[in-house]
Design a protein around this ligand. Structure first.
Ligand SMILES: *Cc1c(COP(=O)(O)O)cnc(C)c1O
Length: 221
């Protein structure tokens, strides 16, 4: 059994050190604990240890785990971080506080409709495919600016920031710098980047949210 509380404390300490090293204010980086594939008991253990912000990549799985926890944990925040199908947009809007994987016009339309129907407006992050990987979700670099503008002007979506997943085999820092620069140009305050292997580098590059899974919950089966 993984010691989730000890792992959380260790990651929070490393986040605090990386934040200080970057001369950034204490508390300016939020840990999103990525609980995908882990059972509700693992989430409960993290909540008991004081972790309130979680990331899930599948809407169906998140819909089973999180709504039952909300009454006991009103401060809980759920981020949907995985590629989102348009037919899952309504469920995502219903259960999420933040949707990090907005990446195409069809999904923007579906989310805008779902928000109107549900009377709920989760924060949105635009995912950018910074490595231009064909198999990966995210808007291509060249289309990012136009898509950001359209999200605000055409669909009225509450876009608050950007998210990326750099290619696994590359130095992630040029990708983090690119995303930070793009966010700065658009006055977007939220930058979700960095995972178990590279969250300290992401903090040095300006991440406001790091998404850490296996370093908290153990290797996924
Ligand atoms: C799984 C996942 C993570 C966490 O990855 P770890 O390497 O386990 O920390 C972060 N972001 C996204 C989008 C993921 O799907």
């Amino acid at each position: 059994m993984t010691d989730i509380a000890a792992n959380l404390a260790r990651i929070q300490a490393r986040i605090a050190e990386a934040t200080a090293r970057a001369n950034r204010p204490a508390g300016s980086v939020t840990l999103v604990a990525v609980s995908k594939t882990n059972p509700a008991e693992a989430v409960a253990a993290a909540l008991a240890a004081g972790q309130m912000v979680f990331g899930e990549n599948r809407v169906q799985e998140a819909a089973g785990k999180f709504p039952p926890l909300r009454p006991a944990w009103p401060a809980l925040r759920l981020h949907i971080i995985g590629g989102l199908q348009t037919n899952k947009a309504r469920d995502a809007v219903r259960i999420a506080d933040v949707i990090e994987s907005l990446d195409r016009p069809k999904l923007a339309t579906a989310l805008a409709e779902a928000m109107a129907k549900e009377g709920r407006a989760p924060e949105m992050l635009v995912q950018v495919n910074t490595g231009e990987e064909p198999q990966k979700a995210g808007v291509p670099r060249a289309e990012a600016e136009g898509f950001l503008r359209a999200c605000r002007e055409e669909w009225g979506l509450p876009v608050r920031g950007l998210m990326c997943i750099p290619p696994a085999e590359e130095d992630p820092r040029p990708h983090f710098h690119y995303l930070a620069e793009l966010a700065g140009r658009h006055a977007l305050p939220v930058l979700s980047m960095g995972m178990s292997a590279d969250f300290e580098a992401a903090i040095a590059c300006g991440a406001t949210h790091v998404r850490v899974g296996s370093a908290i919950f153990g290797a996924r089966g």
